[in-house]
Structures are given as structure tokens and as C-alpha cells.
Design a binder for this molecule. Structure first.
Ligand code: ADP
Ligand code: ZN
Ligand code: MG
Length: 490
């Protein structure tokens, strides 16, 4: 296949891309959505299966309450309206990894509608609409093996059959690959915060299909869209979209028509490739699932689920700024993941100087953990101890310099700053009586510099401060040393 000549950036800039994402997320239930089989990853092929998830005749599904609750939590986190009545439908199609011959999904009456995700780009915030969130079951996996015709096999592993998913469909509100990237980033962050999914893309817990079309800038009507499947990383989402946008512009520029089709992203070629013409809803012969009752969500149940919702990242950010006085940007970093936010908050609450705690967490701690390939949850320093270290600085018991010496020791041993200070005799000398004695000794030993100072060369003060700091092993407060020296010399 000849590689398409892509248009220049100038030409692409005359068009506006329109993007809507369909995201599948695996819910973090321990068992499958319609049976008690485990959802664990990596079991030997075809071992986590039973008559229900294999779709054997006569086996009846039972809807998992936990899956529905997690789906509701996800939808609430995406600002959706939860529908009091929704139902499951059969979506019929043939595929070797779909033994039932249909997927149980939701069609005309989904669990939730009309939400949004707030993204911020270049300082400006924008809301991307969420059309719907619905529940469905996953299919199995086909594993393709071998390269030559003579030894090419496809294996089917049905362990994943019946794993609970939600599908999150966005409005066609995104206007570039960067916005799609930002949308998926926030979506993932929010769902991880609510702990309804690990969103681990490598394990397929978060999968993204992108619908994209282009229209001349200023045009009102959307162009024909193509759907790009197989976007299993954030990087590929962006690369695939940029390629697909350029490809569609080339098609339109050459007087052609974009075909409504499903395309696959080929990461090796960096191109999207037509896979099949677009299937339509009527191709699936949807009908209400006769083996399952509709889902009714009472106000009471909904309130109960709401009361169990954790604070969402946006609310947390706002509160961190208001309660702890951290900067907006810092609040954003500190709320990137829930464990990080929890760590910061525990450390901040244990300290008299939460703003400095933010700096220590984002700088020294995250830097050191990253160097050791560790996550915040593996931090050898418990948050309360980091909070204490920062308090000791704020209270003048430790100089910043001493704290930087103690920190790596805390990292190594997990001990408290105080324990290390006591053991090693490290303590800031802020008692002026003790300091005055040391200063006297330093002045006596450096009479030449004292003369120089008195004859007007006040720059030697720095040298004398240094000598005192050395004599105290860095345990004096430089400010106090300065002041006391000037008094003595003046
Ligand atoms: P279909 O009926 O083809 O499945 P839907 O209207 O259900 O299409 O939309 C599927 C996804 O495609 C949604 O995420 C939606 O936002 C997006 N979408 C719809 N129309 C367009 C368009 N013209 N360009 C880009 N994305 C679109
Ligand atoms: Zn099963
Ligand atoms: Mg659709």
C-alpha cells in the first residue's frame, strides 16, 4: 500500500478537527459481572470460566450489585445524571472470542447521561460533554501466533469473558489531539481517584476508540467521521489522531470524500489503516436482555452511594489552596493521584508549615522516590515524620541545611528527624549564650580578619560567619550568628 502524501501544516491549519472518544474501562470488582468467576489477570487460559460466562445453553446471568455501584460511582464522578430506570440489551455479533454470540450491553436506556469532564489547556478550562455511561460485559481474547502461513494459529482465551466494563461516550466536543489527550488524562485520574478501576492501559483496563472528522474552519456542519480503534496508550492516541486528521484533510483537499469506516492504528507504520466499513446499530439487532431484570436505582440507594464517594480531585485542589495555602499549580501536582494527595494531607496536618510541606513532598521526597523507582505508597518516610521535619525547621530547631542532611537518613532508616538529631547530636544552636562562647573563640583565633573588619573591610564578616558555622558543625542559625558577630565587632 502506497503511503499517503500528507498535506502541509498550512493546509491542515485551514481545517478544524472534531473528536469524540469512546472509552472502555474495566471495573475493579473481584468477580465477573454475571457470575462468580474471578476477574484476576494472568491466570492460565480458560481457567476462570463457568457455564454463565461461557454462554452455555440454559445458564442464567445474575447482575453483580458491586459492578452497578461502581458504574454509578464512575458516572457520578463524571457529573452524570443517574437514570432511575435503565436496562440491559443484547448486542448480537459473531466473534470467536464471544461464545454467547452476543454482548450484554445497554442501548436505548443507559445507566447515566449528560455529564462532563473539565480539562484545562494553556490556562483555560473547558468542559467536554459526556453523552452517556453504560454497563456491559467484556469478550474473551484472541491471541494470534506464528508468522508463516504454515504455522499461523489463533488461540482463544475466554478468561476475560464477562468482566465488567463501563463505556463512556463523549460528545464530539474536542477540537484537537491535545484536547483528546487532556480529556483522557482527566478521565483516568478521576476514575482512579474514585477507585472504580486501576485504569491500567497495559492490562487493557482502559481502552480508547477515537471518532474524528474534519471540517473547513468556520463551517458549521460536521464532516463524516472515521473511528480509530486500538489506541492502547496516550501517546498512540495523540499520534493516531494527528495522522488521521492530516489524512482526512488530504482526502478532502483532493476532492474526495472521507469514508465512514472503522480504522486501526498501526503503531509501527504510524498510520491508521481502514479495517471495515462502519457497522450501524441495526446491524447488531439489539433487543432487551430477557434473562435480566431492568436496573432500578432508587433515591435511597443513590444517596447511600453518594455518601460513600471520596472527594474528587477538583474539590481537593480547591481545598488544598484554601486550607493549606499552597499555590494552584502545586495543588494540581499534589492531587495527581489519590495516594499522593493523601500523603500530602497527612504530612501537612502533622506540621505547622503546610506550605513548606508541599515543597518537600514535590521536591525532595518525590525526587528521591523516583530515583529509587518507588511510588509514594512505598515511601520509607511516613507522612507524619515528614511533617515533623518541616515543623522543626519552622520552629528554628533545625536549619534548612541540617534538615537536608537529616532527610536522606530518614529516607534510609524511616526514623524520625528527632531520633536522628538526638543520636547524632545534631541540633540548631539558637541559644545565644552557647553561641557567644564559640564566637569568642573564633574571633580570638582570627585576629587578622577582626583587624580588617575594624579598619572598614566589612566583607570579611562572611568569612567569620563561615568559621562559626564550621565550629558549630552547621548547627547554628546563620541569621543569629550574623547578628551576634556584628554586635561583638561593632
Ligand atoms: P455512531 O452512531 O456512528 O456510533 P454516535 O453518534 O453514537 O455515532 O457517536 C459515537 C462517537 O462519535 C461519540 O463519541 C461522538 O461524540 C462521536 N462523533 C459523532 N459525530 C462525530 C463527528 N462528526 N466527528 C467526530 N466525532 C463524532
Ligand atoms: Zn463465570
Ligand atoms: Mg453510537
Amino acid at each position: 500500500m502506497a503511503t499517503l502524501a500528507l498535506p502541509s501544516l498550512d493546509v491542515i491549519a485551514r481545517y478544524e478537527p472534531v473528536i469524540g472518544l469512546e472509552v472502555h474501562v474495566q471495573l475493579a470488582t473481584r468477580t465477573k459481572i454475571f457470575c462468580g468467576c474471578p476477574t484476576s489477570f494472568g491466570a492460565p487460559p480458560n481457567t476462570n470460566v463457568c457455564p454463565v460466562c461461557l454462554g452455555l445453553p440454559g445458564a442464567l446471568p445474575v447482575l453483580s450489585r458491586q459492578a452497578v455501584e461502581m458504574a454509578i460511582q464512575a458516572a457520578l464522578a463524571l457529573n452524570c445524571r443517574i437514570n432511575p430506570f435503565s436496562r440491559l440489551s443484547r448486542k448480537n455479533y459473531f466473534y470467536p472470542d464471544l461464545p454467547k454470540g452476543y454482548q450484554i450491553s445497554q442501548y436505548d436506556q443507559p445507566l447515566a447521561n449528560d455529564g462532563f469532564v473539565e480539562i484545562s489547556l494553556d490556562g483555560g478550562a473547558r468542559k467536554i460533554g459526556v453523552t452517556r455511561v453504560h454497563i456491559e460485559d467484556d469478550a474473551g481474547k484472541s491471541l494470534h501466533d506464528g508468522f508463516q502461513d504454515s504455522d499461523r494459529y489463533t488461540y482463544v482465551d475466554l478468561n476475560r469473558c464477562g468482566t465488567p466494563l463501563i463505556e463512556i461516550v463523549s460528545e464530539p466536543d474536542m477540537r484537537g489531539s491535545d484536547e483528546a489527550y487532556a480529556y483522557l488524562t482527566v478521565l483516568k485520574q478521576v476514575l482512579q481517584f474514585v477507585e472504580v478501576s486501576t485504569c491500567d492501559m497495559e492490562k487493557g483496563h482502559l481502552r480508547c476508540d477515537a471518532n474524528v472528522s474534519v471540517r473547513a474552519k468556520g463551517a458549521e456542519k460536521f464532516g463524516t467521521k472515521a473511528e480509530v480503534k486500538n489506541l492502547n496508550s496516550f501517546r498512540f492516541l495523540k499520534l493516531a489522531l494527528d495522522y488521521e486528521i492530516a489524512r482526512q484533510v488530504a482526502v478532502v483537499e483532493s476532492g474526495g470524500k472521507v469514508a465512514q469506516e472503522t480504522r486501526l492504528y498501526n503503531a509501527d507504520l504510524g498510520e491508521t489503516i481502514g479495517m471495515r466499513s462502519k457497522e450501524h446499530a441495526h446491524d447488531y439487532r439489539y433487543f432487551p436482555e430477557p434473562d435480566l431484570v431492568p436496573i432500578r436505582v432508587s433515591e435511597r440507594w443513590l444517596d447511600e452511594i453518594r455518601s460513600r464517594m471520596p472527594e474528587l480531585p477538583s474539590a481537593k485542589r480547591k481545598r488544598f489552596v484554601e486550607t493549606y495555602g499552597v499555590r494552584d499549580y502545586d495543588a494540581q501536582v499534589l492531587t495527581l493521584t489519590r495516594p499522593l494527595a493523601d500523603y500530602f494531607e497527612a504530612a501537612a496536618n502533622a506540621s505547622s508549615d503546610p506550605k513548606s510541606v508541599a515543597n518537600w513532598v514535590m521536591g525532595d521526597l518525590l525526587g528521591a522516590l523516583k530515583a529509587q523507582g518507588k511510588e509514594i505508597t512505598d515511601s520509607p518516610i511516613p507522612p507524619e515524620r515528614l511533617g515533623e521535619l518541616v515543623s522543626l525547621i519552622a520552629q528554628g530547631e533545625l536549619s534548612g541545611k541540617l534538615a537536608k542532611e537529616i532527610f536522606p537518613k530518614m529516607l534510609e532508616t524511616g526514623e524520625s528527624a528527632r531520633a536522628i538529631m538526638d543520636r547524632e547530636g545534631l541540633r540548631q544552636i539558637s541559644d545565644s549564650g552557647a553561641l557567644e562562647q564559640i564566637i569568642g573563640e573564633v574571633l580570638a583565633a582570627n585576629s587578622r580578619q577582626v583587624e580588617q573588619y575594624k579598619s572598614g573591610k566589612t566583607a570579611v564578616l562572611g568569612f567569620l560567619v563561615g568559621q562559626v558555622m564550621k565550629a558549630t558543625r552547621g548547627q547554628a542559625s546563620p541569621g543569629l550568628v550574623n547578628q551576634l558577630l556584628k554586635e561583638k565587632l561593632g
